[in-house]
Design a protein around this ligand. Structure first.
Ligand code: S3P
Length: 166
């Protein structure tokens, strides 16, 4: 069964996903990278040239495709649950919510701002508001929530592995 990682920008979904794929010997897919490969443009370019709605459409199409694959580790984008259809898809899946203190998430997300159009001009206050809007959505689809504040990606991956073998 595939495993989906959800959470805000900066929660470590991609780093954890890579470690987890090594540990569990499952193929890893980063949803943003898939959208970029499928559409042939960087996420930031899609946002700026075609608009966020276009990106959300491409993201939903890519998610639906991956939901039909049997045995993947998938790192989703932080805004994946903005579309209700994605909530409906993920509610039936095995989902881990990588949570954390929004201030820490903001600091981490700020490090890779160049391909994160949502971070452009986003203040800490704005980020916390976004976190508060999304937190319940992440929780609503997640089977397990992991607080990532004090953990490295490998430690989070090991925790997930532990849950998987319970
Ligand atoms: C977004 C998060 C990004 C990416 C896009 C939008 C968001 O993914 O999908 O820039 O709305 O939170 P990461 O969570 O991997 O940064």
């Amino acid at each position: 069964m595939s495993i989906f990682l959800v959470g805000m920008m900066g929660s470590g979904k991609s780093s954890v996903g890579i470690k987890l794929s090594e540990i569990l010997q499952k193929e890893f897919v980063d949803l943003d990278n898939k959208v970029e490969r499928d559409f042939g443009r960087k996420v930031a370019d899609i946002f700026y040239e075609f608009g966020e709605e276009k990106f959300r459409h491409l993201e939903s199409v890519a998610l639906e495709e991956l939901c039909n694959c049997p045995n993947l580790i998938v790192a989703t984008g932080g805004g994946i649950l903005q579309r209700e259809q994605n909530v409906s898809l993920l509610i039936h899946k095995k989902v881990y919510f990588l949570d954390g203190d929004p201030e820490k998430l903001y600091q981490r997300a700020s490090k890779r701002k160049f391909n994160r159009p949502k971070m452009k001009d986003l203040s800490l206050k704005g980020f916390i508001e976004l976190y508060n809007e999304r937190r319940n959505l992440y929780s609503s689809v997640a089977n397990v929530t992991i607080n990532t504040d004090e953990l490295r990606p490998i430690e989070i991956a090991k925790k997930i592995k532990q849950h998987e073998s319970d």
